[in-house]
Design a protein. Structure first.
Length: 100
């Protein structure tokens, strides 16, 4: 690393944080999907045992959990994509401004 290098460039710790910043939302999205499926599965099982409708409310619970989880997953993925696009556009504008 150069002594005169700007902060954050060529810094291994900075690169690690960048990776975590990029991967973090995707990891939490997966966890949210899994948790929603599990919670609605057990809610459906509890309702089935309460109303003696086995296995129908369990199936409904899983379908609701999967559907809700995927909708949330897709919305978050689209938001992340938009943020990446905006960051890329800003980076390009800065580079063009420096060159021109």
């Amino acid at each position: 690393m150069s002594v005169n290098a700007p902060t954050g460039q060529n810094d291994p710790a900075s690169e690690g944080r960048s990776w975590m910043k990029t991967a973090g939302p995707f990891l939490t999205m997966g966890m949210q999907l899994a948790i929603s499926v599990v919670v609605f599965f057990f809610l459906g099982r509890w309702l089935d045992s309460t109303f003696e409708t086995s296995p129908w409310l369990t199936i409904v619970g899983v379908v609701v959990g999967v559907t809700g989880g995927f909708v949330s997953f897709i919305k978050k993925a689209i938001d992340i994509g938009r943020e990446e696009d905006l960051e890329t556009q800003e980076r390009r504008k800065k580079e063009e401004h420096r060159e021109g």
